[in-house]
Ligand binder design. Structure first.
Ligand SMILES: Nc1ncnc2c1ncn2[C@@H]1O[C@H](COP(=O)(O)OP(=O)(O)OP(=O)(O)O)[C@@H](O)[C@H]1O
Ligand SMILES: [Mg+2]
Length: 216
């Protein structure tokens, strides 16, 4: 049975200028949604609003039917640790540690086992013992994706997870994400500039003129 993972109503947010003023958004289990939009349109901000990290100026966000911006800190921490994973636009890996150590921190915190198969699929198995600072940008990006998927989250938020990748590797990463969603009945919210990758998702929206327009 399909589960509602995200239910957001009437979201508005502005910084120096209004980014959007009444966005409704929902995500079901086993569903993938892509968000396109020009640089500066507010895609990352929307992702932060949806993922418990930034309260919108107005509107509400429910994750797993819980109103995230009216929860106790402990409850938010639980959701962040066990139920969702965030692939940030800048990926925040610990530079002095190896890729494997970075992943192990996440698996330890969420009581999960390391999934070697996933490292193979992402083609980072051979470089996983190298220090992050010795990895290429694209390899680092894939380590950060492995780190998030190894937590076994129910919702994945991914902010341009293929931004540093060539087309072939980007497609490979996309396949890994979509396969994860299908096999785990998880949900994916993907921000991307790549229309071809966006089309692989169940739904595609564009953030434009302060609103979320459905394309697919
Ligand atoms: N913490 C912040 N404080 C002030 N302004 C911010 C903050 N975060 C974002 N902004 C502004 O909000 C606007 C939207 O930023 P956002 O990062 O959401 O855009 P984006 O669509 O993700 O762009 P990109 O495609 O370049 O990543 C920008 O003008 C940015 O300067
Ligand atoms: Mg962004």
């Amino acid at each position: 049975m399909s589960q509602t993972l995200i239910q957001a109503h009437n979201l508005a947010h502005s910084f120096d200028y209004p980014l959007y003023n009444s966005i409704d958004f929902s995500l079901q289990s086993s569903q993938s949604i892509a968000i396109l939009g020009r640089s500066g349109s507010g895609k990352s901000t929307l992702l932060y609003n949806l993922s418990s990290f930034l309260a919108p100026n107005s509107g509400s966000v429910k994750l797993f039917d819980k109103d995230v911006y009216n929860l106790k800190d402990q409850e938010v921490a639980y959701i962040r640790r066990y139920e969702m994973g965030m692939v940030f636009q800048s990926h925040y890996l610990f530079k002095g540690m190896s890729g494997l150590e970075n992943i192990e921190i996440a698996t330890m915190l969420s009581n999960q086992e390391l999934d070697r198969e996933l490292l193979k699929k992402l083609q980072i198995e051979e470089v996983i013992d190298q220090k992050i600072s010795d990895l290429s940008g694209g390899q680092q990006q894939r380590v950060s994706i492995a780190r998030v998927l190894n937590k076994k989250p129910k919702i994945i938020f991914a902010d341009e997870p293929t931004g540093n990748l060539d087309k072939t590797t980007a497609k490979l990463v996309m396949d890994v994400l979509l396969e994860y969603v299908e096999q785990n009945e998880a949900g994916l919210v993907l921000v991307t500039h790549d229309e071809d990758l966006a089309k692989l998702c169940d739904r595609v929206y564009r953030l434009e003129d302060k609103a979320l327009e459905a394309l697919q």
